[in-house]
Design a protein around this ligand. Structure first.
Ligand code: HEM
Length: 406
C-alpha cells in the first residue's frame, strides 16, 4: 500500500492502544515504518531510523514542544486566553536546547550532577521506610512506593526541603503533561496554573538559595551561574531537573512490578540470583519503556524509506516500537532477563541522552533488590484489570494493587 492510500493509521489515543501499544507499533513498523500521520507529523518506528535521528544533531533539532507551545500560547492570546506561564516555564529546559547552547547547559548541569554523593544505600533506606508504612497485605504500589521514592531521592539530590516536595510533585505531574502530543484546552489551563506555581516557587529559590541544602545541586548551580541566567531562566532550568525524573521513574517502577507480578518465573529468577539485577532491569526498560515517544524537527530535506521529507517537519519517534524491532532483538516480544543487550532506546541516544539514567537505574535496582531479598512473592490483586494513564508520551499505570508475601 502506498503512503497516500493509508489514512488514519495513527491512533495512539485509542483505548486499546493506551492499554497495550505494542501490537499497534508492530503493525506500524512492519507496514509503514515511516508514516505520515493525519496529524501532520512523521511517525518513525524502526530502531535504526530512531537512532539515526537522535544521533544526528546537524539535520535534526530538539525543542518541538517548546515551539508548539509558543504557537499555542500566541493563538490563545488572540482568543483572550493567557497561557504565557507555559513557555516561560519551558524556556530553559536543557532538553529543548540545541548546540551550541545545549552543550553549555549540559556541561553546567553535569559538572555538579556527577559529583553529587547520593548513593544506592540511601535509596534502600527510603524503600524500607516506605514499605514499613505500607500495609503489605494489599496496597497501591504506585502511590505508596513508585511516586514517593523518586520524589524523595530527587528532592534530596537537588537540595529541596522535603516539606515542600509533595506540593511540588503535584504541580510537576500537571506540568509534565506538556510533553504529551495532543493537548486539550482544559489540559493547557491546568498546565498553565501549575507552571505559574512552579515558576514562582523556583524563582524565589533562585533569589534566596540560602533556604536550600548547600550540598544539593541547585545551590551549586546558583553559586556557579556561568551561563548568567536570569532568576526566571534559572527557575525554568531547575523545574526541568525536578520534573524530568518524577513521572518517568514512577512509571518504570510500577511497570517493573507489574511484569514481575504477572510472571512469577521472572521474579523467582531474580530472587534466586539466576538473573542479574543489572541485566533484568535493562531488559525491562527495553521491553516496556516509560518514555514512549520523543520528538524532533529536521533542519533540511531528509530521506527515509524512499520518502523525501521537507525541512521543518515534525518527527515522532516511537521508542517502544524501536525497542521491539525484530531487526535488532531476537524474539522481541518476550522478556529474556539475560538477553545479550543491544543498548535500548529507553533513555534516548545522542547529545540529549538522559542525564539521570544512572539514578533511574539505581532506583529500579535498589527497589528490586530490596523486594526480592525480603519477600518471596509479589501478588497483584487488580483482578487483572489494569488502568493506564491516558498519556501517550509517558506510559504509566494509574494504580497497582499488590501484596508482598514473606
Ligand atoms: C525511568 C526513568 C527515566 C527515563 C525512562 C528517562 C528517559 C529520558 C529520555 C528518553 C531522555 C531523552 C529525551 C530526548 O532525547 O528528547 C531523557 C533526557 C533527560 N533526562 Fe531522563 N529519564 C528518566 C529519569 C531521569 C531522572 C531521574 C533524571 C534526573 C533527576 C532525568 C533527567 C534527564 C535530563 C536532565 C534529560 C535531558 C538531557 C539533555 O537534554 O541533554 N531523567 N530522559
Amino acid at each position: 500500500m502506498s503512503v497516500s492510500t493509508v489514512f488514519n493509521l495513527w491512533r495512539p489515543l485509542d483505548a486499546d492502544v493506551i492499554a497495550n501499544p505494542y501490537p499497534f507499533y508492530k503493525q506500524l513498523q512492519k507496514e509503514h515504518p515511516v508514516y505520515h500521520a493525519q496529524t501532520g507529523e512523521w511517525i518513525i518506528s524502526r530502531y535504526a531510523d530512531i537512532k539515526n535521528i537522535l544521533g544526528d544533531k546537524i539535520r535534526f533539532k530538539a525543542g518541538n514542544r517548546l515551539q508548539w507551545m509558543k504557537h499555542a500560547t500566541s493563538y490563545a492570546k488572540g482568543k483572550g486566553l493567557d497561557y504565557s506561564n507555559i513557555p516561560k516555564t519551558l524556556q530553559s529546559f536543557v532538553l529543548f536546547k540545541n548546540p551550541p547552547q545545549h552543550t553549555e547547559y549540559r556541561k553546567w548541569i553535569h559538572r555538579h550532577w556527577k559529583e553529587h554523593p547520593f548513593v544506592p544505600g540511601q535509596i534502600s533506606g527510603i524503600i524500607e521506610q516506605l514499605l514499613n508504612n505500607a500495609i503489605l497485605s494489599g496496597f497501591d504500589f504506585v502511590s505508596a512506593i513508585a511516586k514517593p521514592l523518586p520524589l524523595i531521592a530527587i528532592s534530596n539530590i537537588l537540595g529541596i526541603p522535603l516539606k515542600d516536595s509533595p506540593q511540588l510533585k503535584s504541580w510537576s505531574y500537571d506540568v509534565i503533561k506538556v510533553m504529551d502530543l495532543y493537548l486539550k484546552v482544559s489540559d493547557l489551563q491546568r498546565i498553565n496554573v501549575a507552571a505559574s506555581n512552579l515558576l514562582q516557587y523556583f524563582t524565589e529559590i533562585a533569589k534566596h538559595p540560602e533556604v536550600l541544602d548547600s550540598n544539593g545541586i541547585i545551590y551549586k548551580l546558583i553559586s556557579e551561574n556561568t551561563l548568567e541566567l536570569t532568576d526566571e531562566q534559572l527557575a525554568s532550568a531547575f523545574i526541568f531537573l525536578f520534573i524530568a525524573g518524577q513521572e518517568t521513574s514512577a512509571a518504570f517502577l510500577s511497570t517493573m512490578m507489574y511484569h514481575l507480578g504477572i510472571d512469577k518465573e521472572l521474579f523467582n529468577d531474580i530472587a534466586s540470583g539466576q538473573a542479574s539485577l543489572n541485566a533484568s532491569v535493562n531488559e525491562l526498560f527495553r521491553f516496556d519503556p516509560p518514555v514512549q515517544l520523543l520528538g524532533r524537527i529536521n533542519t533540511e530535506l531528509v530521506e527515509f524509506n524512499g520518502l523525501q521529507i521537507l525541512p521543518e517537519s515534525t518527527f515522532t519517534l516511537c521508542i517502544g516500537a524501536g525497542n521491539r524491532d525484530p531487526e535488532i532483538y531476537e524474539n522481541p516480544e518476550k522478556i529474556i532477563l539475560d538477553r545479550p543487550q543491544e543498548t535500548s532506546l529507553a533513555f534516548g541516544y545522542g547529545i540529549h541522552r538522559c542525564l539521570g539514567e544512572s539514578m533511574a537505574l539505581d532506583l529500579a535496582k535498589s527497589t528490586l533488590s530490596y523486594i526480592s531479598s525480603h519477600y518471596r512473592e509479589i501478588k497483584i490483586s487488580n483482578n487483572l484489570k489494569f488502568e493506564w494513564e491516558k498519556n501517550i508520551s509517558i506510559r504509566r499505570l494509574k494504580s497497582l494493587e499488590v501484596s508482598l508475601k514473606k
